[in-house]
Design a protein. Structure first.
Lengths: 472, 388
């Protein structure tokens, strides 16, 4: 099930009242929400429900064992077992095809015949997201930052359907306390919820789909057949598309959770208004960034072991962050570029900090422009199907300026401007809209919601394209 | 109860960037607090039941405002009881919406966007009346017609290539455009028009007959590369001529009607002066589906054999088969490299699989057309100029 569909709408309109009806009996609610979440997940492919249940039981079992164990070495061994199981499952689903391809080629090079492999591994939707949540839970228990909870509460936390398939990656310390006691049915932040659902729907269904079909997909598929202006605009369009697609989904997730009485952390904060690469990562996929920081970068040593180790740690973190998206050189280069960007910035900051701290503030717009273009350059590798296509995109930027550009239309330019321009809006504007919305009576609020649904449906293409981050 | 919240204050004596960063952090803090505690003072909270009432009323209103689009989506669904129920419900909704003028805003918006036809359910199949088939020999060659000489193309007069079809055409289509990217005598027109979940059975979902007719006029292609059939292995067709009924996939009435539609597409393209390269359906992971695809391939093959000078069929079943002769996820190329040739669904082509199919299409184009002699003429011209 995906959010902007009739099936999900019916599902949610049934689940929401039942959720509030069972809420006073919180254990019953947990059982209900786990059941509803499994239905939500199994709608796509029921086989993978068992994988989700397995992941839940595995994590819960080892978290309990770790919490009961007092000896440090034994605790570490138990954590290793738990993480091996979680990461092994993730690696199997994400990298098996790559492994089969490579082993076939190696076997051929060694003159060994291998049978035809007729199957491929289907990546279960959302496996990366719930595996990362499970890892954070078991590591937090190991670090004694979190006490393990009962199976019903843990299962409700891990399988809670609003975040299940594409995040945000919510930590146990954020969501588990909310699931301890009943949520107050008199205090639902519905105006924020409807605002997020409406804007998320519009971003995904209208902006992301329009840019994907009108310029991004055709240009990235055959860069050689397009002019330099088309390639340049396609790169900017992809930057807006991936933002609108992913942030649109998480906005909807946050809004749906609010309607059920739960709060998720923010996942995007105007990332294209960032003034540095470091700032970009504070604003882009924030829950993944902090996950990588807290469960990879800091355990590697962070910036505590000297300049060289800091650089190495940054590179490892960003390269693994790239590989998390898939076994392809394009993702490795994307992660590597961001690693180099972060390390270079740190180096400059340290040098400048020693001489004249904060002297470059008058260049904030220049730095924003440079950061945005650096991020867009890295997106070329992220979006391209192969390195050769990425290279064609880059060379195509400089070699065909005189050619006609039929794909650069007013509609494409308008949505790019809207997608980037809205990130510079002061926070008081959306806050003000939400506040005004909250003061309207039921009829006007319903009208606003109905009109938004109509606008998104009428302006979007027929059908709904899958979300980009589902495949990660 | 609504609580008052104190705004975080900004320390003075900071640079603009630091102040900007602090403001951002303050905003972030406020957002976080929005989640952790009560919402900001200016925003009112409400009860869960009131929120549910707003959601229900909003959805009902949205349904009424979107009724024409929803009805079309319901009609487009695969045959089955869910479709029947959805068509019935959305049909009533559409009538109510129309009666109370709630369908007007959507219609006006669609019209303003230049997409007034989006909600129209078009099942009209406007295809040329089938010409008498050309007699053929047993090996499929035309018995009485001599094949015409190769038509020559050059950079000044390029072969105009249009790729269209269902979702199976997308990967080979883009691979084809990449393959001919440097061939100066071939020019892509219209890119790859791959319409997901469409075919020749259901013009109500997407009317290819109308679309092809319009695109032929607009793009004036010399060659049309097509794939249809991956969504046509069902026993349900719309746009049937009066008095014609089909019951099951593959029954004589179905085969006759499907052949008529394939012939119609081929003749439509031929009458516009273009040549058709039809990419056949591959084996899939599901043996039952593979068998149905083979029946469709047979129908298309028969129609193409009747038109040897205007169309060609690129077979992909054996091309993409493994060593056992059936479906293979991975294929070994001539250079020994193993590639993942198929998408995870076991039906579509992967990027590498698409490239294998595209190579065959390119071979067919070079076999059928003269795409290289312009180089000789240019070289000769250059030599003559140099010797003068």
């Amino acid at each position: 099930m995906i959010f902007p569909t009739a099936t999900f709408t019916i599902f949610f309109l049934v689940v929401m009242p039942l959720s509030w009806l069972t809420m006073p009996h919180v254990r019953l609610w947990r059982i209900f929400i786990v059941g509803a979440s499994l239905v939500f997940y199994g709608w796509w492919d029921w086989h993978f429900v068992f994988l989700l249940i397995g992941c839940t039981l595995w994590t819960h079992f080892w978290a309990i064992r770790i919490s009961r164990e007092q000896r440090s070495a034994a605790r570490r061994a138990l954590l290793t077992v738990a993480l091996t199981g979680l990461l092994g499952t993730l690696a199997y689903f994400k990298y098996f095809d790559f492994f089969v391809n490579s082993s076939h080629n190696l076997a051929h090079a060694a003159g060994i015949g291998m049978p035809d492999w007729t199957r491929t591994i289907v990546l279960p939707v959302g496996i990366s997201f719930y595996t990362f949540m499970a890892i954070s839970y078991v590591v937090d228990v190991f670090r004694r930052d979190l006490r393990p909870v009962g199976l019903d509460r843990f299962a409700a936390y891990l399988t809670f359907f609003p975040h299940l398939v594409a995040g945000p990656i919510v930590r146990g310390s954020e969501l588990l306390p909310q699931m301890r006691t009943p949520r107050d049915p008199r205090r639902v932040d519905s105006s924020r919820a409807f605002f997020l659902i409406g804007t998320g729907l519009f971003k995904k269904v209208v902006i992301a789909n329009y840019l994907a079909t009108h310029i991004v997909d055709p240009v990235f598929a055959v860069p050689g057949a397009h002019s330099s202006p088309e390639i340049l605009i396609a790169i900017y369009a992809y930057a807006v598309q991936i933002y609108a697609d992913f942030s649109g989904y998480t906005d909807m997730a946050i809004g749906l959770a609010l309607l059920l009485g739960f709060t998720f952390p923010q996942n995007f904060d105007s990332p294209y208004a960032a003034g540095s690469v470091q700032d970009f990562w504070r604003r882009w996929h924030m829950t993944l960034s902090r996950w990588l920081r807290d469960y990879l970068y800091i355990p590697l040593g962070g910036n505590r072991k000297g300049r060289f180790r800091t650089t190495v740690n940054l590179m490892i973190t960003m390269l693994l962050g790239g590989l998390w998206h898939g076994a392809a050189w394009t993702f490795v280069i994307w992660g590597g570029l961001h690693g180099v960007g972060l390390a270079t910035e740190r180096w400059f900051r340290e040098r400048r900090g020693a001489r004249r701290a904060g002297s470059s503030d008058r260049y904030i717009w220049l730095r924003r422009l440079a950061t945005f273009n650096f991020v867009c350059f890295a997106w070329i590798f992220f979006r391209s199907d192969s390195l050769s296509l990425a290279w064609q995109m880059i060379t195509g930027l400089f070699t065909r300026w005189g050619e006609p550009s039929p794909l650069v239309t007013l509609g494409v330019v308008v949505w790019i401007v809207v997608g980037i321009g809205t990130q510079y809006l002061p926070a008081r504007i959306p806050q003000g809209v939400m506040a005004r919305l909250s003061r309207l009576n039921i009829a006007w609020q319903s009208l606003a919601l109905g009109a938004t649904l109509m606008l998104a449906n009428a302006m979007g293409p027929q059908g709904v394209a899958p979300f980009i981050y589902f495949r990660f | 109860m609504i609580t008052r919240r104190r705004q975080p204050t900004l320390p003075s004596g900071r640079t603009a960037a630091e102040r900007s960063e602090l403001r951002r952090q303050a905003r972030q803090l406020q957002d976080d607090q929005d989640g952790a505690g009560p919402p900001p003072r200016r925003r009112r909270v409400t009860s869960a039941w009131r929120a549910l009432a707003i959601a229900l009323a909003g959805v009902v209103l949205g349904l009424l405002l979107d009724a024409p689009g929803l009805h079309k989506s319901a009609v487009n669904q695969p045959e089955g009881w869910q479709r029947s129920v959805a068509v019935e419900l959305t049909g009533r909704l559409d009538r109510i919406s129309h009666a109370v003028y709630l369908d007007r805003p959507r219609a006006e918006l669609k019209s303003a966007l230049g997409r007034a036809q989006d909600d129209r359910i078009d099942t009209n199949i406007d295809i040329p009346i089938a010409a008498a088939p050309v007699p053929t020999t047993t090996n499929g060659e035309a018995a009485t017609q001599r094949p015409p000489g190769k038509t020559a193309f050059s950079p000044a007069h390029p072969l105009r290539l249009w790729v269209a079809g269902d979702s199976l055409v997308i990967s080979p289509g883009y691979a084809l455009l990449r393959a001919v990217d440097n061939a100066r005598s071939i020019k892509s027109v219209g890119g790859v028009d791959g319409q997901v979940a469409t075919g020749l059975e259901r013009p109500d979902v997407f009317n290819w007959f109308t679309s092809i007719r319009e695109k032929l006029k607009e793009l004036k292609p010399s060659v049309v590369v097509l794939t249809f059939g991956a969504n046509d292995d069902k026993g349900y067709m719309t746009g049937l001529p009066k008095g014609v009924t089909v019951s099951d996939f593959g029954d004589p009435a179905w085969e006759h009607e499907y052949a008529r539609r394939v012939a119609g597409v081929l003749d439509l393209i031929n009458r516009a002066g273009a040549y058709t390269v039809w990419i056949g359906l591959p084996f899939t992971r599901d043996p039952g589906q593979s068998a149905r695809f083979e029946r469709i391939n047979a129908i298309v093959g028969r129609e193409i054999v009747k038109r040897p000078n205007t169309a060609a069929f690129v077979q992909t079943d054996l091309l993409m088969a493994g060593r056992t002769g059936g479906f293979a996820q991975y294929l070994r190329l001539n250079n020994g490299e193993t590639v993942d040739a198929r998408a995870p669904d076991g039906v579509h082509f992967s990027a590498d699989g698409g490239a294998i199919v595209a190579e065959k299409v390119v071979e067919q184009l070079y076999r059928k057309f003269d795409l290289t002699s312009w180089r000789r003429h240019r070289t000769n011209g250059a030599t003559a100029t140099a010797s003068r």
